[in-house]
Design a protein around this ligand. Structure first.
Ligand code: ADP
Ligand code: MG
Length: 399
């Protein structure tokens, strides 16, 4: 877990820590602080060892320039509460405020830099532009610790390039996450069941390709379902649909059949005539998965499917779950997600929940985090790892 010995004695050193503090906000109120809490152990360990800790992170998707809506200020305040010590805040990332703030740190103190994505260099595809920004970041510190698991699949200045410019080490969170992913990919205990859902359908279909050779069962819910149902020839009304992925889904269904992997799709669906929105009262209705009315859209798996999914999970020894089964933010469409979460808490083996919204869902639905083997902070990163891709932010630490 988080081995900083390669950095030598960190006391008195300025250590730049890339954390993932990308939390959901409602105005300036943090609605789920899971990622901030997950970032604490590494920051605290370094501060306790006498380092001058400089935290760099992003929030949301600003367009490479300052945007008040995405300021990390409230997040820095929350980090201070969780650490139980004052956290300094720099109003820019590498400018005057950052330099003064870092220069003002005493041993064991912590500062947070303003949103790294307020700088175009952070996410630039141009190596020179990104490198120039990484030079500025590296100039603020003597060493780098990579702990933002949610971004290790990104070749970005604060994740990748900065590690090439400073002595570097893996933080505790990244080390834990990678350890869990290894257990999922190297000889998992069987049955190995994967549950996929959520709304980022095309992002997530790719992982199925690799999982068909690894998992024993694949349960599919959320917005992804409808492309599969349509691929089987059913009408899906106004549901989320990726027309250009129909062939991919058909291919997966036939490969699964050939290789003996069970793909479990819902047999019933909770629909409504509109996507839930603020003032409108939801009108949930349960229909058969092959009889979705033309004017309706599927917003959750139905009760029969929820029972079937729970049954398909009951004997699992390894489970990876990414993506809610329905629009869990609205109570009328949260039961499928609740049933899957409940089933995971009963697993005799390793249960892993991945994905920002999935993690938020289990907390929102009142489950204790300790009821799961591991709640991952990075959805995209874990999926890319499971797809068999190299994660640039991990690979760079191994050099
Ligand atoms: P994660 O963050 O866990 O990886 P995603 O970001 O892919 O998950 O998807 C989460 C979102 O998917 C939630 O906001 C949820 O409301 C939405 N969702 C789930 N089921 C459906 C559906 N049937 N139609 C539209 N959106 C859905
Ligand atoms: Mg999400």
């Amino acid at each position: 877990m988080g081995d900083y010995s390669s950095l030598g004695d960190v006391a008195g050193k300025r250590v730049l820590v890339r954390s993932d503090l990308n939390v959901p906000l409602d105005g300036a109120t943090i609605t789920d602080d899971g990622r901030v809490r997950a970032s604490v152990p590494t920051i605290k360990a370094l501060a306790d060892a006498g380092a001058r800790v400089v935290v760099v992170a992003h929030l949301g998707r600003p367009k490479g320039e300052p945007d008040e809506r995405y300021t990390l200020r409230p997040v820095a305040a929350r980090l201070g509460e969780l650490l139980g010590q004052e956290v300094a805040f720099a109003t820019d990332t590498v400018g005057e405020s950052a330099q003064e703030t870092v220069a003002g740190l005493a041993d064991g103190q912590v500062a947070v830099l303003e949103n790294v994505r307020f700088n175009a260099g952070e996410t630039s595809k141009d190596e020179t532009e990104r490198g120039a920004f990484a030079d500025q970041l590296a100039g603020l510190a003597d060493a780098f610790v990579s702990d933002g698991f949610g971004v290790v699949h990104r070749k970005q200045a604060s994740v990748y390039d900065v590690a090439q410019r400073l002595p570097h080490a893996m933080g505790q969170l990244v080390a834990t996450e990678v350890g869990v992913l290894r257990r999922l990919t190297e000889d998992p205990e069987r049955p190995y069941v994967v549950v996929l859902g959520g709304s980022k359908v095309s992002d997530k279909l790719g992982v199925i390709d690799n999982l068909l050779g690894k998992a024993d069962r694949l349960l599919i819910g959320g917005g992804m379902v409808f492309t599969f149902l349509k691929a089987q020839g059913h009408e899906v009304g106004k549901s989320l649909l990726e027309e250009d992925q129909l062939d991919t889904c058909r291919g997966y269904l036939s490969r699964a059949a050939e290789s003996g992997v069970d793909i479990v799709l819902p047999t019933d669906v909770v629909v409504d005539t509109e996507f839930p929105s603020g003032d409108r009262e939801p009108h949930p209705q349960v229909v058969a998965a092959d009889a979705i009315p033309a004017d309706a859209l599927g917003l959750d798996i139905g009760p029969e499917s929820a029972r079937a999914f729970a049954a398909a999970l009951s004997d699992a020894r390894t489970v990876f779950w990414n993506g809610p089964m329905g629009v869990f933010e609205v109570a009328a469409f949260a039961e499928g997600t609740r049933a899957v979460a409940e089933a995971l808490t009963g697993i005799d083996g390793l249960s892993v929940v991945g994905g920002g919204d999935s993690a938020a869902a289990v907390r929102k639905l009142g489950f204790a985090e300790s009821a799961f083997g591991h709640i991952s902070t990075g959805g995209g990163a874990s999926l890319e790892y499971l797809e068999g891709k190299t994660l640039p932010g991990i690979a760079v630490l191994e050099d």
